[in-house]
Each structure stands twice: as C-alpha cells, then as structure tokens.
Design a protein around this ligand. Structure first.
Ligand code: 4AD
Ligand code: MG
Length: 431
C-alpha cells in the first residue's frame, strides 16, 4: 500500500505510490483504458487504469465502479501538465468501500427544485464544494480580521423573549409556560457585551419569517454582528469597509482554484478596497429620480433601486442617514437633523443589494424610553436594554453583515440559496 494522502497533496509524492480515499465522480472508458475521476473533498484527480498494466482483476474491479461509489485507489503519482491539479494517478490497485446505484444527480443539467430536494448529494459536486470552501474562508477571514483588531467574540442567545428588528417576522416557540422567539439579531445582547468588553462580535444564525421569495432572502441566515463602545457613526463605517475589503482580498488570495471552478470573473473583485464611496439617503433619492425611478423622500428602496445605485460604483457603496421613520427604534438621530438617523446600509455591486446594515445606537436614557413608548414596546421584556443607558451609558455603534449575501456577491451566485449548505427558504425545510 502506498502512503495515504489527499488529492491536494499528491504533488509531494511525484513518481511514488500513494493511496487515495474518495468517491468516483465520473468515469470514461476506451476499451483497454479506464479514466476514473476521483474526488476526495480536497480536489478532483484523474486515475488511469491500463488493462495491460493492472491485470484483468483490477481492471474488472474498476469497470464495476459506478458514479459516487467510494473507493481506496492505490497508484503512482505522475506529473501531467494538462491536468487541473497538475498530476494524474496510474492505477495499481482498487478497493471498493461503499456501493452506489442509480445516483440521482447525473452529470446532465437538473432543475433547481430537484437539486434542492437532493441538497445532501448536490453538495458533492465540484461547484458546490467550491462555494462551501469559500464560505468557510469568508468566515475565517471575518473572525481573523475582528480578532486581530481587538474584538472579543461573544455568543448571544438563540431563544429570546423579544424582537430586535420588528415583530412581524418572528418565529414563535414555547419556552415552558412562556412565549419565546428565535433570534432575529443578537444586537441588543451585543450592546450589553460591548459595555463589558469594549469591542465585541458575534457570528451565528438569525431567523426571519419573511414572506419574501427573492434571490436575496433566506429564512435562516448567518450574521456577524460587531458592536463597539465609544464608536460614533464614522468610526462604524470605517470598520465595515476595512472588514469587507479584508474579506474580499483574503478570498482572492486563498481561493484562487475555487473561484476558477465556479467561473467567477475576479476582475470585478480586485477593486474592492477601502475607502468605499458614501452617499446620503437624500443624494440617493436625487440620483434615482434623475434616473427616472418613481420614488419620493421618505420611501424605502426596493431591489431595483439598490441595484441602480450600486451600478454607479466599482466597489460597495454606503447609503447613510435614512429617514428616522424608515429605520429601527434604537438608531441615534443625527444631532443636526433629527428627521434622519446615523445609520448606513452597505450596497454590494452587481445587483447583490444590502450586505451590511448598521447604525450608531441611542445612548440617552430619556430618548430611548420615549422611543419605547412611541413603538409600544413592552417594558418588562426590554427593561434590561434600558438599564444599559442608566449605568455609565456611552455613545456606541455596530452593524450586522449577512454571511450568505456577502458570499453570493463574492462568488457571483444567481441566488443566496447556493451559499448556505442547507438553505431554509420560504416553503422549504427539507432536507
Ligand atoms: O439590516 P438588518 O436587518 O440589521 C440588523 O439585524 C441589525 N440588528 C444588525 C446590527 O446592527 N447588529 O440585517 C443585517 C444584514 C443585512 O444587511 C443582510 O446582509 C442580512 O443581514 N440579512 C439577510 N440575509 C439573508 N436573508 C435574509 N432574510 C436577511 N435579512 C437580513
Ligand atoms: Mg437592513
């Protein structure tokens, strides 16, 4: 038996015998030679079995292998300029581990509903594997950037007694004899944590019962939520643009092969470097009106509006200072213009829409209490949040960046569903 290794490391064994463990992705035969495409999670490599070299028994064993059967393959590593990995395996021996018959995902085109029904198998294809690798790399880069910038990771609860972003989109459940909801955002808990630790972030799932069936919406998605004590609105935007540029440049350097596998035009990502352009909501309205969009001051942007705005730039653009009426109750009013708040949405290029939402938070006790009354928010579930404004309150800011939307944009995906391993969509909870 040759040394056990993985496809991404065969370059260390040029000319030597190795054993690979994986699955038969595809097979082709020309009578006396068989070409097996083996995948093992780290890559795909061609294994060539020549009848006159391997003998009848091994050749017959290769012939029996079907798509997605699992195998040990022993073979000699050979340099091959034409191969994507740069190498090929000359088969010496083969041992089947698990059979596979009538594999439903053939190499022809399938409809997206069929693929989503078979997501547990669909994720094995090179394209889906590449996206999942990029997802892991995006998560790693986000954590690395924040860890190295002095943030402490804090994990907020998933079961909560109240809402953060509005009550209509909550998933209700029972918590013994109380009502509970799956978290929409950990922000309020992160505000408490920022008063304990200074700069904090969370990374976890958020749940929204949104009846939106668009290419940007998931019912369960992941959000990274930094929160910073003593940070104002401008400080907040600086962290966001530095984080997003770091993540994009990290993926460009660490996921070259994966970006190639999914056919991403990376020239569109090279220019994503801080600082990002900033326009106010007022300017955005004027621009859109000039482009012929039917939109008045005070109205929220729809997907076509966001796309039209983002199209004017080669990197993400901040739209800041939205009308107070349009945004969440906790946002700090602009001291010079209380009809707008110190918030920003970051719009990604190429029609991917809002990837980050953030703001400076109200730190004044009386103003926040007034907002609670205006929004009819119950004091018993929010009392602790008001407390933060009673004991050493400080200006503070934070944001939430959506993991799937960020990945969908970086990968150039048609829909966010491909960026999550098991997407929860309107009308889809399986598999
Ligand atoms: O703008 P949102 O709703 O902001 C908040 O939840 C704040 N409490 C965050 C904070 O300040 N700590 O959501 C933030 C981001 C959006 O910009 C988007 O990227 C993503 O979360 N997002 C979704 N992604 C996929 N599917 C959905 N249904 C999403 N809803 C929001
Ligand atoms: Mg938002």
């Amino acid at each position: 038996m040759g040394t056990i290794t993985t496809i991404n490391e065969v370059n260390r064994y040029d000319g030597q015998a190795v054993t690979l463990r994986g699955w038969v992705y595809n097979k082709r035969s020309s009578g006396k030679i068989q070409f097996l495409q083996l995948r093992d999670g780290t890559g795909v490599i061609q294994c060539v079995a020549v009848k006159s070299e391997v003998g009848d028994e091994v050749f017959a064993a290769c012939q029996q292998l079907t798509q997605e059967s699992s195998v040990y393959i022993e073979g000699t590593v050979r340099r091959d300029e034409r191969a994507q990995s740069g190498y090929e395996i000359s088969v010496i021996g083969v041992e089947q581990v698990g059979e596979s018959h009538d594999y439903p995902i053939t190499l022809k085109e399938h409809g997206v509903d069929f693929l989503l029904d078979h997501r547990h198998l669909w994720m094995r294809t090179p394209r889906q594997r590449a996206i999942l690798k990029i997802r892991a790399e995006v998560e790693r880069a986000m954590a690395q950037f924040l860890d190295e910038s002095g943030f402490t990771r804090v994990d907020p609860p998933v079961l909560t007694p109240s809402s953060c972003e509005g009550t209509t989109e909550l998933f209700h459940t029972e918590y013994f004899d109380q009502d509970a909801y799956l978290t929409q955002s950990g922000q309020m808990y992160m505000e408490a944590a920022a008063m304990a630790l200074g700069k904090v972030y969370s990374m976890g799932p958020a749940f929204r019962a949104e009846h939106s069936k668009t290419r940007r919406h998931l019912i369960e998605f992941w959000m990274i939520e930094p929160e910073m004590a003593f940070y104002g609105h401008d400080d907040n935007l600086r962290v966001q643009e530095d984080l997003v540029s770091f993540v994009v440049q990290h993926v460009l350097t660490h996921c070259e092969l994966e970006l190639k596998t999914i056919g991403r035009d990376t020239s569109k990502l090279e220019s994503v470097r801080a600082p990002f352009p900033r326009i106010t909501y007022d300017e955005a309205i004027e621009k859109l009106q000039a482009l012929g969009h039917d939109l008045k001051w005070g109205e929220d942007f729809g997907a076509p509006d966001e796309t039209a705005l983002a199209e004017q730039y080669d990197r993400p653009v901040f739209v800041e200072r939205y009308p107070t009426e349009l945004k969440a109750f906790y946002m700090q009013p602009d001291p010079n213009r209380p009809e707008v708040v110190l918030c920003a949405d970051l719009l990604a290029p190429e029609g991917y829409g809002e990837i980050v939402g953030g703001s400076q938070r109200i730190h004044d006790y009386d103003l926040l209490k007034k907002r609670f009354e205006e929004h009819n928010l119950p004091q018993d579930t929010y009392g602790w949040y008001l407390d933060l404004r009673k004991f050493g309150s400080v200006p503070h800011s934070g944001f939430g960046i959506g993991l799937e939307r960020t990945i969908a944009w970086i990968c150039g995906l048609e829909h966010v569903r491909e960026s999550n391993p098991f997407p929860r969509l309107l009308y889809r909870l399986y598999p």
